[in-house]
Design a protein. Structure first.
Lengths: 273, 299
């Protein structure tokens, strides 16, 4: 198992797409969480976060600000990472190379999951690490106190962020295996995350009670509820407290396990052609 | 079924994809230390069979054993199936490092197999920049990582230039000489004829022949062209027996050992028959292959 994790880590770390996704995640996170809202505040132009003002950009809001993007846009990038990890093996035909070395498919798959989940953790920590100096610079610039969240809050935030990131990453892995490639799983995954989730939340749920109830069981709204419980701004896309934080964490964890199990079952059962 | 310990053994191995039967009740045995040629036209089921041997494709029914074990274990087995497949953004060396990790073999083997396939000089280059022949050699290197007792090679000379093909043949010979069992699938008859101890011919998913190359090619015979042909046929029948002589394409096929050529020649010349051609004839493996698979020999 350790050898397989080494192999998967080497593949992931040396892959340019991994670093491109990380760079995009950090850029988007800092730009839309700090730079644009601060520019709006400084210019007095208003906007989505204008009502929260400067307080929303300060270090004590680091947890909510860092994980607020995970239900939608950071989640999308995590999903792409998962698809690339598993779907790339189909696209390049490398499953046969791997599985003729060790035919224990579930062992190889478990190593892949461990690796992408560790990558998801690294991604979440990197978002926190990028947000911290951004919020500190804003606090210093505006001559405000730099009060940081407590260690427990930070750990809870990183843990919750990792749980959501891992869920999307493993969903990407499942889609890559189910659809045996990269392009279609990325396309379908993004349509779900960026379009269908929003349509359900903004159009269908207000009109239909059963859709509103169903939202309480879907992965996106639960991810949104979890980050909302930890202080993410409600004006961030996908952040809405449809259920409590505890329930949301349990549902997200359940999805993570179900996605992982489904991916393993498919990989184990199907022929590698 | 009895205990199976041969490097490769299948019993009634069958694979169906929907209503199409790709491999039909295949009984195959590859003995320890031999180079076994696996021949068959496109779509005969060769690659599906190899994939079943390696656990990549699950049989619909039947049984596979490698060294007596089910294909869930591939200890001591190396394979190159249907062309090499690696990560294009990694170097050749890093691709082999990844493969070595998956195989659970020491990283030191990477340098050894790179050297074996003569890729050390380009090992640091990205796989995406490799020529087809270099990719093929890297695939063979991966197959050798486990220092295997059984190597399964599916069309290993595909994409190689003549020098590369010669190198690959040398490699297969060396593997065989070192006691490694080689299962070689190829559509190149000369390659199989030159390298293999035994040959299995697959057609329509079934094993239609399995024998040594020499047995498949059959006995060598004599070909005779003489004038007048009728008189030559009568004299030859009197000498060799009626069944041994066939008139074909303006000449005679004589089903006798080539060492009787001088005797035949003397008898015909002595009877006043002008012999213009007398030569030994041997059926090629290709002719045997087409005879068994129902193909033609025109191309």
């Amino acid at each position: 198992m350790t050898d397989h994790i080494r192999a998967e880590t080497l593949k992931l770390v040396r892959r340019p797409a991994t670093w491109a996704l990380l760079a995009i995640a950090l850029t988007l996170s800092v730009t839309f969480t700090y730079l644009i809202p601060y520019a709006g505040y400084a210019g007095g132009t208003g906007g989505p976060r204008a009502d929260r003002g400067l307080d929303a950009l300060l270090p004590d809001r680091l947890v909510g600000n860092s994980i607020g993007g995970l239900p939608v846009f950071l989640g999308s990038l995590m999903l792409i990472l998962g698809v690339l990890s598993a779907g790339g093996e189909y696209a390049w035909g490398t499953w046969k190379t791997v599985l003729t070395q060790d035919p224990a498919r579930l062992r190889v798959y478990a190593a892949k999951l461990v690796t992408v989940c560790l990558a998801a953790l690294a991604g979440v920590v990197a978002v926190f690490a990028a947000g911290a100096p951004a919020s500190l610079i804003i606090a210093l610039t505006e001559d405000r106190a730099a009060d940081w969240p407590g260690v427990t809050d930070l750990a809870t935030g990183v843990g919750a962020g990792w749980l959501i990131a891992a869920m999307w990453t493993v969903l990407g892995t499942l889609l890559g295996i189910a659809l045996r490639g990269v392009a279609l799983p990325v396309g379908l995954g993004l349509v779900w995350l960026l379009a269908v989730q929003n349509l359900l939340a903004l159009i269908a749920a207000p009109l239909l009670d059963w859709v509103a109830r169903a939202q309480q069981g879907l992965p996106g709204p639960n991810a949104g509820s979890l980050v909302a419980a930890l202080g993410a701004g409600a004006d961030t896309p996908g952040v809405q407290a449809v259920v409590g934080g505890g329930q949301a964490a349990a549902v997200v964890a359940a999805y993570l396990l179900v996605f992982a199990a489904l991916g393993g079952a498919l990989l184990r059962r199907r022929d590698i052609l | 079924m009895g205990r199976m310990t041969a490097p490769v053994e299948t019993r009634r191995l069958t694979k169906r994809f929907g209503t199409a039967t790709a491999v039909d009740s295949l009984d195959l045995t590859v003995r320890a230390g031999e180079v076994y040629g696996f021949l068959g036209p496109n779509g005969a089921g060769k690659t599906t069979t190899l994939r079943m041997l390696l656990g990549l494709v699950r049989p619909t029914s039947g049984e596979v054993r490698l060294f007596g074990l089910p294909p869930g274990r591939l200890d001591g087995v190396g394979a190159l199936i249907e062309g090499p497949a690696f990560y294009p953004y990694l170097s050749g060396r890093d691709n082999l490092r990844v493969t070595a990790h998956h195989a659970g073999v020491p990283a030191a083997r990477v340098a050894a197999v790179l050297d074996q396939v003569e890729l050390t000089g380009r090992a640091r280059d990205r796989y995406a920049t490799y020529s087809l022949g270099m990719k093929q050699r890297l695939g063979v290197a991966a197959a050798l990582l486990k220092d295997p007792r059984l190597v399964v090679l599916d069309e290993p000379t595909n994409g190689l230039d003549p020098a590369g093909m010669a190198d690959m043949r040398l490699l297969v010979r060396r593997l065989g000489a070192a006691g490694c069992t080689v299962l070689l699938s190829s559509h190149l008859m000369t390659e199989v004829q030159e390298l293999c101890d035994r040959v299995g011919i697959l057609a329509g998913g079934r094993l239609v022949a399995e024998s040594t190359v020499a047995e498949l090619r059959g006995d060598r015979t004599l070909r005779l062209v003489a004038t007048p042909l009728d008189a030559a046929a009568a004299r030859a029948r009197a000498l060799l027996g009626t069944d041994a002589v066939r008139v074909t394409d303006g000449g005679l096929d004589l089903a006798v050992a080539p060492d009787r050529a001088a005797e035949v020649n003397a008898a015909l010349v002595g009877a006043g028959i002008a012999v213009s051609e007398l030569r030994t004839e041997e059926r090629s493996l290709e002719q045997a292959f087409f005879a068994l698979t129902g193909g033609n020999t025109d191309d």
